[in-house]
Design a protein. Structure first.
Length: 330
């Protein structure tokens, strides 16, 4: 039985929240459709040719991005945050004169918490961490869609490539980066009530921090894995094999999932209205070294995992009382 949305009883505020998250979910498709639609009008061709040329040569996503503060502060993003709602919890003050490499966990299906907390001012990041500048990082292919790339660049989102990480951390005005560490592999383990991280073999972000003398800051986002229902895909199953093969060749994972719809609460592409509580932990200092040893990288990684475990243990009963498993780190 499908539970339909009772339109006559839905407040305007909630309708605006749903519209915002629907628009965000469809944004890449909407931008691509708008670009293709303009191709049907010859009057726009000269402009589109210039735009494509500029898009091809523009390297802003690899050299620090192009954040526009007023754009990040649009009320649209506040509606997105309040849809779930998403909140951010600060444990300690962070020095805005220092550089940090934030690691976001878990990846979830789409990482809504990361986008809202660090790609917008929907939860008031700049007011909570005063003076701290940062860039949320994502895959290079997200900057290949016309118009969409300009929107996420305006949000302060940049490429997660090594060149981009190094460029941002070397900016004259101290700027930090946020990396969703688990990536596509971890998305395949995003199941409701579980927190299974792909982390131990992910050492690149730790090496980047050490090479640039940046402190590492673990972030755990309770509820990120609960925003969609997913089909079980245990390791060794045929579905898991198909997913991992697809991921191997495309760097994109294809989890089988569903959320709620615009007109019903049971099936659709929208995320579920479940609270996401994002806890920013304590910084872990590193000793700058352009060629760190594996032993030192492992030492820092163990401190990082220990801090992540501390965050989870401290807040799990408050923000994940219905969890099915405890934190698992692979």
């Amino acid at each position: 039985m499908v539970n339909w949305v009772p339109f006559h009883r839905i407040p305007l505020e909630r309708r605006l929240q749903t519209t915002a998250i629907l628009t965000w979910s469809l944004l890449p498709l909407l931008c691509l459709s708008a670009f293709l639609a303009l191709l049907f009008f010859p009057i726009f061709w000269p402009v589109l040719v210039i735009y494509l040329g500029w898009m091809f040569f523009d390297q802003a996503h690899r050299t620090g991005g192009r954040p526009i503060q007023w754009f990040r502060e649009l009320k649209f993003f506040k509606y997105m945050a309040n849809y779930f709602p998403v909140t951010i919890i600060k444990e300690v003050d962070l020095d805005p004169k220092q550089r940090y490499v934030f690691g976001y966990h878990p990846h979830g299906i789409i990482s809504h918490g990361a986008a809202i907390n660090f790609g917008t001012e929907g939860t008031g990041f700049s007011k909570i961490f005063k003076g701290l500048k940062l860039r949320l990082l994502t895959l290079d292919q997200n900057f290949r869609t016309p118009f969409y790339r300009d929107i996420i660049l305006s949000m302060g989102i940049a490429s997660v490539s090594l060149q981009s990480c190094e460029s941002i951390l070397k900016l004259k005005d101290p700027t930090s980066i946020v990396i969703v560490v688990g990536g596509a592999a971890e998305a395949l383990d995003a199941h409701v009530g579980k927190a299974e991280l792909t982390l131990r073999r992910r050492k690149g972000f730790i090496k980047v921090a050490i090479r640039n003398g940046a402190s590492l800051v673990p972030i755990f986002s309770f509820g990120e894995n609960d925003l969609y229902n997913t089909v079980e895909n245990p390791k060794g199953s045929r579905l898991r094999h198909i997913q991992e093969t697809f991921q191997k060749y495309t760097n994109v994972s294809p989890p089988v999932f569903y959320g709620r719809g615009v007109f019903n609460y049971d099936y659709g592409m929208l995320p579920l209205r479940k609270k996401v509580a994002t806890v920013v932990g304590h910084p872990i200092a590193t000793v700058q070294n352009l060629n760190p040893t594996e032993a030192y990288i492992d030492e820092v990684q163990e401190k990082y995992i220990a801090e992540l475990q501390r965050i989870y243990d401290k807040y799990k009963d408050l923000y994940a009382p219905d969890r099915k498993t405890e934190l698992i780190v692979h």
